[in-house]
Design a protein around this ligand. Sequence first.
Ligand SMILES: [Fe+2]
Length: 371
Amino acid sequence: MPHPIPTPVAPPPDILRCAYMELVVTDLAASRNFYVDVLGLVVTEEDNDAVYLRSIEEFIHHNLVLRQGPVAAVAAFSYRVRSPEELDRAVAFYTELGCEARRAPEGFTRGIGDSVRVIDPLGFPYEFFYDVQHVERLAWRYDLHTPGALVRLDHFNQVTPDVPRAVKFMEDLGFRVTEDIQDAEGTTYAAWLRRKPTVHDTAMTGGDGPRMHHVAFATHEKHNIIAICDKLGALRLSDRIERGPGRHGVSNAFYLYLRDPDGHRVEIYTQDYWTGDPDNPVVTWDVHDNQRRDWWGNPVVPSWYTEASPVLDLDGNPQPVVARTDTSEMAVTIGADGFSYTRPEDASRAQDDADVLPSWKQGEYKLGHQL
Ligand SMILES: [Fe+2]
């Protein structure tokens, strides 16, 4: 691994969970319509410049901030820590790594108190806080629930060029790997990392980065995701659906990927599994396994691999993007250089036979053949 990030002597902050994302949007009214009127997130508070939204089961002030700005981007991936003292640890941990850390005793957003924002060694704007305003948890307010109710923030997904380098840093920050995608040559294409006992709080997806791949909200059950699809169809907004619905191989969750009015990607996700035991087994998927990203073998559209949102520095400027140099998952699975198999016994001949999938199936994976 070139240029590994050194392990700080200072201990990492004790992170509880991913808590909220701050998104910069270019048309606040259009974004509010998408997240509130279409997806049903709850408005905790709003003004002319920002809307603070939460999911049905949340008791902290917000899980998503929409802030009007000139460039669609991500201003913060925010995590809640276990106690106020953990903020001192965060400052020491990142300062030792030479990262810029800013502390705001009154918070960077409404509803949240003492907070630390940093640009981490991977180039992402991370935030840590403990102090937060409590609001009503609407879990029992079934009179307010919609058929596609979003009940929790589940995870973030980050695009970064060197996945093993990112994973090593995140392990130093106290995260554990639950699943990953590799090939026989040892290239890692993506990894899923958790603090809370689910499959992940964030994932590292190999690609040009730092960029934000998606933010994910959970529904209670699969049928809630189908209801969101039906609603989008009824509103003639089916073009907001990028991929799915389907069943993931990785994480075993049911999923749907949407694009918001600025192109920010939002995943709706439900029913992954408990990972809280200390000896939770890591699941490694072969990049050529056609069921890793969709358990039913449905195609991953090329835009899902290539498009992602810029991230901002602490002054609000877009972070420069570094190209991935390891092979890309799209290149090795789609197109002239790629192959995929459904049954493991087919993998041995797949290297010599790009048509290991039936021709009618394989065509779906070729660039330019999406219908
Ligand atoms: Fe996800």
